[in-house]
Design a protein around this ligand. Structure first.
Ligand code: FES
Length: 64
């Protein structure tokens, strides 16, 4: 079943854990193909207009 979920963030949530070698990057844009982790897919949101609404479906993006 398709579902529309609103995401406004364009960058991951960075979690610094004590004794961890690297910070954890949690996807906040909703586009990662490796949820809950960021895979860099948020780069696709960089040219989004703040007042527009976009629909992402796989590799496709439509501006409403
Ligand atoms: S924040 Fe979603 S892929 Fe990076």
């Amino acid at each position: 079943m398709p579902r529309i979920v609103k995401h406004e963030k364009k960058l991951p949530i960075v979690i610094e854990e004590k004794d961890a070698k690297f910070p954890m990057h949690i996807c906040a844009c909703g586009l990662s193909r490796n949820l809950p982790y960021c895979d860099g897919s948020h780069d696709r949101t960089r040219d989004e207009a703040d007042t527009a609404v976009y629909v992402y479906d796989g590799d496709k993006r439509v501006k409403l």
